[in-house]
Design a protein around this ligand. Structure first.
Ligand code: PMP
Length: 390
């Protein structure tokens, strides 16, 4: 596509597409490749090998409520939460899932009342993670259905609220918004780690979802975990896991256990000679990216970025601002479709409408490799001027 075609597509007058651009830079997905360099420096310490006679059984620990959970993974999950201090784990069952995506389904299944004439509404405050709607509606379940923006939910009936904190897409700290006794709350804490946000308290909710994808960057291992207080809810979640996939790959679980062990060790001086603290590394990387992005947006006439308050982090023992995994960028003019403008400059990002918000917002992944991130900054800084307002 030549630059004239791009300009006409976005209806821009002062925009100038980058002539060196060929392929689009895709920051639509939150693919967390940013930490590859850290893991290549860790090298052999994070390696795990298997022999042919290992891990044949479906079972990992027949005595455990979650009988397919590898004991080593359970131990490393509990240790990491103790080291970081972000969530209480001692009174909770741990359930492992194929990513926290599968655990979202398991949690919806487990908390849905089974005695309702109609499917229970699943709500989340806009802007919300776009997958909730997809998961809630995909199978047209008789148990639950997508109910939209939690701010507009006013029915006097049972509901399930997804609370994502820090939030995907906007990075803000979130609390439930419906606050009625008939509600069940699922806390999605995929980003409640010190590289993304100040750890302001050790949270202790009934259902908390985490994932290695966003914590360590190992999205490809597909390991998530739920911390669940109530035994019956935990049992129902296990039922869903068993019926859908009869558990979770042991190779993945043992690899995740190894990786989580490395990052816990990296935080403890005596265990980690020569090992850089993972959270400090990732925090610096994210802070540097945010600083560069803010510099560009500050001198740009079209766009603006969400601001975050400085808060005391119990883990770093410093006041810091959030450095979210996604930038939630908006057009200063209400009339613009920012996703379209960026696409015209070969930057692919996810428009606000997918998150129950406005097309003047866009979500941009901050977790790509350096090369893609730098290309994004280069292309973003070439967008200037005032568009015609299509
Ligand atoms: N919850 C939130 C808020 C997310 O952003 C994501 C990943 N984009 C997930 C859950 C699912 O992560 P995974 O399935 O990779 O564990």
């Amino acid at each position: 596509q030549d630059s004239a075609a791009v300009a006409s597509e976005i209806g821009g007058s002062g925009t100038k597409p980058n002539p060196s651009s060929l392929a689009p830079v895709n920051l639509d997905h939150g693919d967390p490749t940013a930490y590859e360099t850290y893991w290549s420096k860790v090298g052999e310490r994070s390696t795990i090998t298997f022999t042919g006679d290992q891990s044949l059984s479906y079972f990992a620990n027949a005595k455990n409520l979650c009988w397919f959970l590898e004991p080593k993974l359970e131990e490393e999950i509990r240790r990491l939460h103790h080291v970081v201090g972000n969530a209480k784990v001692d009174d909770h069952f741990i359930i492992v899932g194929n990513g926290s995506s599968q655990l979202i389904q398991a949690a919806l299944y487990a908390v849905s009342p089974s005695d309702q004439p109609q499917p229970t509404s699943v709500v989340s405050a806009a802007p919300y993670y776009s997958a909730y709607q997809e998961v809630a509606d995909l199978l047209r379940s008789g148990l639950y259905k997508w109910g939209g923006d939690a701010y507009s939910f006013n029915k006097d009936e049972p509901y399930i609220e997804m609370v994502t904190s820090p939030n995907n897409p906007c990075g803000m700290t979130r609390e439930p918004v419906v606050n009625r006794p008939q509600g069940k709350i699922i806390h999605d804490l995929a980003y409640y780690w010190p590289h993304y946000t100040p750890i302001t308290s050790q949270v202790d909710y009934d259902i908390m979802l985490f994932t290695v994808s966003k914590c360590t960057g190992h999205a490809g291992s597909r390991i998530g975990w739920a911390l669940v207080r109530d035994k019956d809810v935990a049992r129902k979640m296990v039922d869903l896991m068993v019926i859908s996939t009869i558990g979770v790959s042991k190779e993945s679980q043992l690899r995740a256990a190894k990786i989580l062990g490395v990052i816990s060790d990296s935080c403890l001086l005596d265990k980690s000679p020569g090992l850089e603290n993972f959270f400090e590394y990732a925090q610096h990387l994210m802070a540097a990216r945010w600083e560069k992005l803010r510099e560009i947006v500050k001198v740009n006439e079209l766009f603006s970025l969400t601001e975050y308050p400085s808060e005391y982090c119990l883990f770093t023992k410093e006041f810091t601002e959030a450095r979210p995994a996604f930038a939630w960028m908006s057009c200063k003019s209400d009339m613009e479709d920012i996703e379209k403008i960026l696409r015209g400059h070969k930057i692919l990002a996810r428009g606000g409408k997918r998150f129950g918000s406005d097309p003047k917002y866009v979500r941009i992944s901050m977790l790509s490799r350096d090369q893609e991130f730098n290309l994004f900054l280069e292309r973003l800084s070439s967008i200037h001027g005032i568009t015609s307002g299509n």
